[in-house]
Design a protein around this ligand. Structure first.
Ligand SMILES: [Mg+2]
Length: 173
């Protein structure tokens, strides 16, 4: 069950303590797109996304967007936010993410995966051995496949809560 438990759990990307991450040795941030940066209906990054990414780059973080969505959906975010991206990542399959991690110049202990899906983002990151950060989804609206996985996630969260391993809404760093 530990494979589902994130290292850090926060409400959203704006409440995360990036200075604390930096002092843990994190240098590279891999963000999920849908329901992490924007809702599935938004085609472009928000002003807050741009401001956040600008400040993160100033702090020296290398940033990637890794999404299961197709290239045409993810590319505008790559262009507007000026960060590298990996579309059609097929999370929770780790192959593509693992290649990105290996090809980056960072060690496993220098990379954090940040996303709203326990079943995709957290499991993937934990299997690879990087720091995992779970956030609340910013909207209940999801693509059909994500909705199915969310259903499974709720069942797992119930088990985790019963074992006192993870409780939704109880944030920690
Ligand atoms: Mg997501």
């Amino acid at each position: 069950m530990e494979i589902y438990v994130p290292d850090i759990y926060q409400e959203d990307i704006y409440k995360l303590d990036y200075d604390a991450l930096a002092s843990r040795g994190i240098k590279c941030l891999i963000f999920d797109l849908d329901n992490t940066l924007v809702t599935i209906n938004e085609k472009l990054p928000r002003k807050e996304n741009k401001e956040l990414f600008k400040s993160l780059k100033e702090k020296g973080f290398k940033i990637y967007i890794v999404s299961n969505s197709i290239r045409s959906r993810v590319k505008p975010f790559h262009e507007e936010l000026k960060v590298e991206y990996l579309p059609s990542a097929k999370k929770p399959n780790i192959e593509k993410l693992n290649n990105l991690v290996k090809n980056s110049k960072f060690g496993l202990d220098e990379i954090a995966m940040i996303g709203d899906s326990m079943m995709d983002d957290v499991v993937c990151g934990n299997m690879i051995g990087i720091t995992t950060i779970l956030l609340d989804q910013i909207s209940k609206r999801e693509f059909p496949l994500a909705k199915l996985r969310r259903f499974k996630e709720k069942k797992i969260q119930k088990k985790l809560r019963n074992k006192d391993l993870f409780t939704k809404g109880r944030y920690y760093v």
